[in-house]
Design a binder for this molecule. Structure first.
Ligand SMILES: *Cc1c(COP(=O)(O)O)cnc(C)c1O
Length: 394
């Protein structure tokens, strides 16, 4: 019989009753060190006092009014994002996949309104993940996500990752937009080199194609800059943000330049919940903390510290791990065995990690994780590696 909860997830036999910073506590009181942070969502850890206070204060005042009315919390968060980024304007959603929907619509509407309605093609990349809506699965194009769900939304061209010639051939003055993650998350912490991102920006400028960056996972301070593209010194035309921006409250945002957003006039897009007072009150608290240059410098320092410990793990356990990759606190341990097995061995050591494609174990801890928890994380991962080595010998 089908379970009461639709069985679309493969879940670990764990559940938690409480969270404290980088720790999750199970019903029996056992404590797990959380290096997944709800897949980069709990960017400030669990139960951060400033976020609890922001949510509590807003909850006591007003939860929801709909976008029929002005929402001051939304205006405040949008102003913060505009202040700290390339963007001139922001639309709020409840999730990452909804940001993909608007990014696609915005790019197509832009060309439509410029009198080129046939300019609808969007170039994307293998290994990408943009969410689970019908538009987002068409954009990523992976067989695993699309099989059985056709016909897919037309207009996407999925290119191999890192093939410059294919890219130059595919992005032309008939391309509406190029859409990509500066660092692929689900794809296995695959970082697009800064020089490639700059080259892609040049290609977009030369052809007019809009650049859509999906920073749902790599954004919001994860790499040590507020957004990952800042490392390359370029700016996109449209950017997708979600996950960390709500710190655990469902919130997403599409950021855009005035030019890219020019077609999105009244009536062209909307969301009942998007940008509601609860989400935006929490989001403003999150952005207020993470956008501080001192906070971001700490992310970079912690990332380097953790990376060094992970390099030590790789050197000490070469039959389990192959290498470290990523940036800041968006790190991947390339494994020589199935990463799901390493995740499982981690459960026995009460450390939580997330598998990704390309045989990579993802480490996405809270951005404010204390140094001693990073040391503890490395120790627990080491014990997990030792248990796997013993099992391989046995
Ligand atoms: C998680 C993710 C999404 C989808 O976000 P949802 O909130 O699950 O819809 C889109 N893009 C990237 C890069 C993601 O990591």
């Amino acid at each position: 019989m089908i379970p009461a909860v639709l069985p679309t997830y493969t879940r670990a036999p764990l559940s938690f009753v409480r969270g404290e910073g980088s720790w999750l506590v199970a019903g029996d009181g056992s404590r797990y060190l959380d290096l997944g942070a709800g897949i980069a969502v709990n960017a400030l850890g669990h139960a951060h006092p400033a976020l609890v206070a922001a949510l509590g204060a807003q909850a006591a005042q007003l939860w929801h009014v709909s976008n029929l009315y002005n929402i001051p919390q939304q205006e405040r968060l949008a102003a913060l994002l505009v202040e700290h980024t390339f963007a001139d304007t922001v639309f709020f959603t409840n999730s990452g996949t909804e940001t993909a929907e608007l990014a696609i619509k915005m790019a197509r509407k832009y060309w439509h309104d410029l009198g080129q309605p046939e300019r609808t093609g969007i170039v994307t990349f293998e290994g990408a993940f943009h969410g689970r809506s019908t538009g987002a699965i068409a954009a990523a194009g992976s067989e695993k996500m699309t099989r059985g769900f056709g016909p897919l939304m037309p207009g996407f061209r999925v290119l191999p990752f890192g093939d410059h010639d294919a890219l130059r051939a595919a992005v032309t003055d008939r391309t509406a937009a190029v859409m990509l993650e500066p660092i692929q998350g689900e794809g296995g912490i695959r970082l697009l080199p800064d020089a490639c991102l700059r080259g892609l920006r040049d290609l977009c400028d030369a052809t007019g194609a809009l650049m859509i960056l999906d920073e749902v996972q790599c954004g919001m301070g994860r790499t040590g800059r507020l957004f990952a593209h800042e490392w390359a010194g370029i700016t996109p035309d449209i950017m997708m943000v979600a996950k960390g921006i709500g710190g655990g409250f469902p919130l997403g945002a599409v950021l855009a330049t005035q030019r890219a957003a020019s077609g999105m006039v009244a009536g062209t897009h909307g969301s009942t919940y998007g940008g509601n007072p609860l989400g935006c009150a929490v989001g403003a608290a999150v952005v207020g903390i993470i956008a501080d240059p001192a906070f971001l410098a700490e992310v970079t320092r912690k990332g380097a510290l953790f990376r060094q410990k992970l390099e030590g793990l790789v050197a000490a356990h070469p039959t389990v791990f192959e290498g470290v990759r990523g940036r800041g606190l968006m790190l991947g341990l390339k494994c020589r065995i199935a990463p799901a097995d390493v995740v499982k061995a981690g459960y026995a050591q009460q450390v939580l990690t997330v598998p990704a494609a390309d045989n990579v174990l993802r480490l996405l801890p809270a951005l404010n994780i204390p140094d001693e928890d990073l040391a503890e994380a490395a120790a627990r991962l080491e014990r997990a590696a030792i248990s796997l080595e013993k099992a391989a010998v046995a």
